[in-house]
Design a protein around this ligand. Structure first.
Ligand SMILES: NC(=O)C1=CN([C@@H]2O[C@H](COP(=O)(O)OP(=O)(O)OC[C@H]3O[C@@H](n4cnc5c(N)ncnc54)[C@H](OP(=O)(O)O)[C@@H]3O)[C@@H](O)[C@H]2O)C=CC1
Ligand SMILES: O=C(O)C1=N[C@H](C(=O)O)C[C@H](O)C1
Length: 255
């Protein structure tokens, strides 16, 4: 395994899911940046080995929750750092990745539910606000070709809010609903209701609605274009070779 400093040139990047909406944008961004170079673009049906054969130092994965774990295990085995935007990472999956990494010291993996800088800040602001409001709901809105619901960002936000509420000693969110049509109150993620909207014309959007006596606070983020994720992806590509082990979220890379 090598990193940019050892090679002395641009970081050699392989993209998995390269023909997808995000993967195609990542290929363009990696090509355009002076300090990164695209050496492999792999999609469904292609051999992962192409990435190793091309000497990739970092893999960027925007595939599907169904295949990302196999991809990640392979990258770690090969000693290739990985930046992962694909969703579906439960605590159990994160622990599995930590286990694989324990056998490969020096390999870095960054997994982030959202690479948009504004989205990262939205999650931070929501976590900060959480302790001050008895009510909270999350409304995420995405394009209708998205495979998963609720979004990885909404799930992550709900977990952050739940942790902040627990730390502040807040009880359950008040809700007297007794007679509910299935799904009407959204999904329950760690006690936080999450509503998923899908509509043509949307890209990726999220509102966190807080309420307390006499006031509400809405924190909203909108990605209107997938280029919004690219600065964050490049930050992670540049950092991952110097961050052995697992990093979850972009936050530690932005400090
Ligand atoms: N963290 C973040 O900031 C963001 C995360 N995402 C997440 O990224 C993921 C991808 O999103 P999006 O680009 O919209 O989805 P797409 O469906 O457009 O792209 C996924 C691509 O991966 C391909 N693929 C499937 N299996 C494999 C495999 N085994 N090896 C290589 N490629 C494979 C798909 O091929 P085929 O279509 O033939 O199956 C497709 O081209 C989702 O989980 C999404 O939620 C999205 C945006 C931002
Ligand atoms: O599929 C998408 O488009 C997105 N997926 C990520 C998620 O599930 O949170 C990030 C962003 O919301 C776009």
């Amino acid at each position: 395994m090598t990193d940019e400093r050892e090679m002395g040139g641009p970081i050699r990047v392989g993209v998995l899911g390269a023909r997808g909406r995000m993967g195609a944008e990542v290929c363009k961004a990696v090509d355009a940046a002076a300090d990164t170079t695209l050496v492999a673009a792999v999609d469904q049906g292609d051999e992962l080995a192409a990435v190793a054969d091309a000497g990739a130092q970092v893999v960027v994965d925007f595939t599907t929750p169904g295949v990302v774990m196999d991809n990640l295990r392979w990258c770690i085995e090969q000693g290739i750092h990985a930046v992962v935007g694909t969703t579906g990472f439960t605590e159990q999956r994160l622990d599995q990745v930590r286990d694989w990494l324990a056998g490969k010291p020096g390999v870095g993996v960054v997994i982030a539910p959202n690479f948009g800088i504004g989205a990262v800040l939205m999650m931070q602001f929501a976590a900060r606000a959480a302790r001050h409001f008895e009510s909270v709901e999350i409304i995420e809105q995405h394009h209708p070709r998205k495979l998963d619901a609720p979004s990885g960002t909404a799930t992550h936000t709900a977990r952050l809010i739940a942790a902040a509420r627990a730390e502040a000693g807040l009880g359950p969110v008040p809700d007297a609903t007794a007679d509910e049509v299935a799904g009407a109150r959204g999904a329950d993620i760690d006690g936080v209701r999450v509503h998923a909207v899908r509509a043509t014309g949307l890209v990726a959007h999220q509102e966190v609605l807080f309420g307390t006596t006499g006031e509400t606070l809405t924190i909203r983020h909108d990605s209107y274009d997938r280029v919004s994720f690219m600065p964050g992806v490049l930050v992670a590509v540049r950092a991952v070779g110097n961050r052995p082990g697992l990093t979850v979220g972009l936050d530690p890379l932005l400090d």
